[in-house]
Design a protein around this ligand. Structure first.
Ligand code: PEP
Ligand code: MG
Length: 843
């Protein structure tokens, strides 16, 4: 039996692995070996081999010996958190080294002060490769003393066994670990995976790793926010995926891991019947969420974007800084030109996105990060690339879908500057006609420059329905699916596919009959859309003359203008938090008044309901630090925050009260759950109304988002002027399902009879006192829900802007009697699915 000797990589004192104060190392989950309490500062190769993995944080390296033994050297405990500070790698992945060759130099004082421990682990991560090991004891001198003598095993298998059986693929999983899948969580995963007989693979795009091998997993270099899928193949494949996928999504026990960012949920995705996403046993069906409705048949084009390779070091810092400033200025000019072009094409929504890009470029934090790297000798390209990617990663990690969606904008504008710095033009692929684009993510620049003649639809792994990409897809009227299963990236180019934007599906290899059916449905849908738009300015009246107000949910003045053009009879929900979330400091009273006034003027006397700030908990404001909460959705959010921070509330209320010239101005409060809250708020409105000297009336209402408000509707109706049911939140609180939860969200369907009963109860209580009830949650934009809501007696539907014409048309399709009968049946049904079956979609 042959053997290998591993030399001590450092001077130091040997500590048995079992005594390392880290359960993952001590429990030998990473593998077997020893630890050294170091007395020197350069980690050297313990044997000849190839550097098979070097962690991007520079604290850990793995060598593979010519006999296939994997030796991991991990400096300190929890040192991944130092993000590279204190470590200077001397080698690169793939490099061959000889015993004693320096691998990583480190600053022992810094690491000792800033990490949990300096104890350095030397571990064989594929212990099946060895039959035994004998560690040295006491003090060792690096490069001289033998630390571990390894006996190699005869014919060890380091690959997974050949298995046959089912193949089960998990949902897309977002890596939540702040420091990515570093050694510790990788070891936890490998150990869990080894309990299953099936072959278990972790995949990101084209890259894959054996989930049973720590090093293989680490080699994937999965950073926080990376999307992966788990594939198991073998007799216990389903058990493996069911057991492991939730553990990966929950961070594999890594300390300080925030909850996994949830995919976005919005009203748009609820336009059609929800699908049990995102896994299916049908190999020809790939699921995601709806980003933009519509149907398209075409051929797959896989869009890949190469990361631009840039040199790390640069010239003199002041030269590099000047180059960066010049590139940013040039990007600003490009963005200005793009906006001018879009305004000329009467497309203010798209122009606004590039205006937002200019603001991102102006962000002093971003520039400071790049500047400080330049001051340390980095080249402008490298410093800039690091700055924008690290900030984008931080944004992506936020459990706030609005801010997370901005990461793609940041990458987009970051690449624009990088392309100027490197002189490499932004990729403009040559797309064939009839293209269905599939990409990990599309930037707003990609989408804006898409050739509308050639691209018929697209699917992205990233993005939600609130991302700018989705907004642009809707503006371009292209069907789009976001958050699609990663296997979409493996569909061979040229494959004929169908994108069903409303259902959030990609169907592969449809047969001729299906293609024909879709072409017909598409032609019909296009004709219907045209007819709906042509009739959009007519009232929404049932066939027997019952009038329902159809108004819009908006975020700002551009939306208001667009909404009016599409037949909105006013605005039922101005989400004022957009104003607060998009600026770095709190907007002043004057700033707010100016914007609310602009929206009101744009609406030309049509009703306008402004919702007061709805942030807190899950939606942090940069200038309003809030304590982390265990259950942000059940914590200080919405009006609870407003009551806690009266200065913000009072400023906003004054700003709203100062809007003039609109007789039908209203304000409403989010997340109201008790009458005491409402009374306190109403009192503030009265005080401020006197203070600003406003004589005109203003309606003051509540959002019904908490079940208690629905249950107590009758009592509220004695004091509140109106109700607006926020079904997105009402559903999550009624069903106790997080609206953004990757698994539960599709089941959190407002068509559930429990939610409908609360709406019915609200209507009853409100009407008893002559108050009106609107619905502004996503269900109002859902074609299947429209007749049921009308039948329940809802007076107003406040819908997403693009849905306005079709929702008005849907109201006209029914008589009030039909709506009432549907509503009655829906209240008595057993499930949301049964209710959806009552109102089938017609394609
Ligand atoms: C809702 O909860 O339904 C709602 C309209 O508010 P938001 O989606 O902004 O929380
Ligand atoms: Mg809400």
């Amino acid at each position: 039996m042959s053997g290998i000797e591993l030399l001590a990589p450092l001077d130091g004192v040997i500590v048995p692995l079992e005594q390392v104060p880290d359960p993952v190392f001590a429990g030998k989950m990473v593998g077997d070996g020893v630890s050294i309490d170091p007395l020197s500062e350069v980690l050297a190769a313990p044997c000849p081999g190839t550097v098979s993995q070097l962690h991007s944080a520079g604290h850990a390296v793995t060598l593979t010996t010519p006999d296939g033994v994997e030796v991991m050297l991990h400096i300190g405990l929890d040192t991944v958190m130092l993000k590279g500070e204190g470590f200077a790698p001397k080698v690169k992945e793939g490099q061959s080294v000889v015993a004693g060759e320096p691998l990583i130099a480190f600053d022992a004082d810094f690491v000792a002060l800033n990490a949990k421990s300096l104890l350095t682990q030397v571990i064989v991560t594929n212990p099946e490769r060895i039959a035994g090991m004998s560690p040295a004891k006491g003090h060792v001198t690096g490069g001289k003393d033998v630390l571990l003598s390894l006996e190699l095993s005869a014919g060890a298998e380091d690959e997974q066994k050949d298995t046959s059986g089912d193949v089960v693929v998990s949902d897309a999983i977002v890596i939540p670990n702040t420091s990515g899948l570093h050694a510790r969580p990788a070891a936890v995963l490998a150990n869990m995976a080894k309990k299953f007989e099936s072959r278990v693979t972790l995949r990101r795009g084209d890259d894959q790793a054996n989930a049973k091998s720590v090093v293989s997993v680490m080699r994937l270099n999965l950073e926080q926010g990376a999307k992966v899928v788990l594939v198991a193949e073998g007799p216990d494949a389903a058990d493996a995926v069911n057991a492991l996928a939730p553990q990966i999504a929950a961070g594999l026990g890594d300390e300080g891991t925030p909850p996994a960012p949830a995919p976005a949920t919005t009203e748009i995705r609820r336009v059609a019947a929800p699908v049990p996403r995102p896994r299916t046993d049908d190999p020809n069906l790939i699921l995601g969420v709806s980003a933009s409705p519509g149907l398209a048949v075409g051929q797959v084009f896989q869009l890949r974007r190469d990361e631009i390779d840039v040199p790390e070091t640069g010239g003199a810092p002041n030269t590099e800084r000047r180059r960066l400033d010049d590139a940013i200025d040039a990007a600003m000019v490009q963005l200005e030109a793009l906006q001018a072009e879009l305004h000329a094409q009467a497309d203010p929504a798209k122009a606004a996105i590039f205006a937002a890009h200019q603001e991102l470029l102006d962000d002093p934090d971003l520039i400071d990060v790049a500047a400080s790297a330049i001051a340390k000798g980095k080249g402008a390209e490298y410093a800039w690339q690091q700055a924008y990617t690290s900030q984008a990663l931080q944004l992506e990690a936020l459990p706030n879908e609005l801010l997370a969606a901005r990461a793609s904008d940041l990458r987009d504008v970051g690449r624009r500057v990088l392309s100027i710095l490197t002189g490499r033009p932004l990729d403009q692929p040559d797309l064939p006609e009839g293209t269905i684009l599939i990409a990990e993510d599309l930037t707003p620049s990609d989408t804006a420059s898409l050739d509308r003649e050639r691209v018929l639809g697209f699917c992205t792994l990233g993005g939600g329905a609130t991302s700018h990409v989705a907004i642009l897809a809707r503006a371009l009227d292209l069907p789009a699916v976001a958050g699609i299963e990663p296997r979409a990236l493996e569909v061979p180019p040229g494959t004929t596919v169908v994108v069903d934007g409303a259902r959030g599906q990609l169907r592969l290899n449809p047969d001729e009959a299906e293609v024909e059916r879709i072409r017909t449905a598409k032609t019909r849908a296009e004709a219907k859309r045209k007819a709906d738009i042509a009739a959009a300015r007519h009232p929404a009246e049932t066939s027997d003359g019952h009038r329902v107000e159809v108004v819009a949910n908006i975020g700002g003045v551009a939306d208001a203008e667009e909404a009016l053009g599409l037949g909105a009879e006013g605005v039922g929900l101005l989400r004022s938090e957009f104003l607060f979330l998009e600026s770095a400091t709190a907007p002043t009273e004057d700033d707010q008044t100016a914007i609310y006034q602009d929206v009101s003027d744009a609406l030309e006397q049509a009703p306008l309901v402004i919702r007061t700030l709805d942030v807190g908990g899950d939606k942090p404001l940069p200038y309003l630090p809030l304590p982390r909460e265990e259950n942000p959705f059940l914590g200080v959010r919405g009006v609870r925050l407003a009551i806690d921070r009266p200065e913000i509330l009072r400023t906003q209320i004054r700003a709203i009260l100062r809007v003039s010239g609109n007789q039908r101005l209203g304000m409403m409060f989010p997340m109201v759950s008790s009458l005491d809250e409402f009374r306190a708020l109403r009192g503030v409105v009265e005080e401020e109304r006197e203070a600003v000297g406003r004589a005109e009336p203003i309606q003051v209402g509540i959002m019904v988002e908490v079940p208690s408000a629905a249950v107590m509707a009758e009592q509220f109706a004695r004091e509140a002027d109106f109700f607006s049911v926020g079904t997105n939140d009402l559903t999550q609180y009624t069903l106790a399902m997080d609206r953004g939860h990757p698994k539960l969200a599709p089941r959190a369907d407002a068509m559930n009879p429990a939610v409908l009963k609360l709406i019915a109860h609200t209507v009853e209580g409100a009407h008893a006192h002559g108050r009106w009830v609107g619905v502004c949650g996503g269900i109002a934009s859902d074609l299947q829900a429209v007749p049921i809501l009308v039948g329940l007696g809802v007076d107003e539907l406040s819908v997403s802007v693009p849905a306005l014409p079709s929702i008005k048309a849907a109201v006209r399709q029914y008589s009030l009697a039909e709506c009432r009968s549907l509503a009655e049946r829906a209240l008595q049904s057993d499930s949301a699915a049964e209710n959806r079956a009552l109102v089938p979609l017609d394609y």
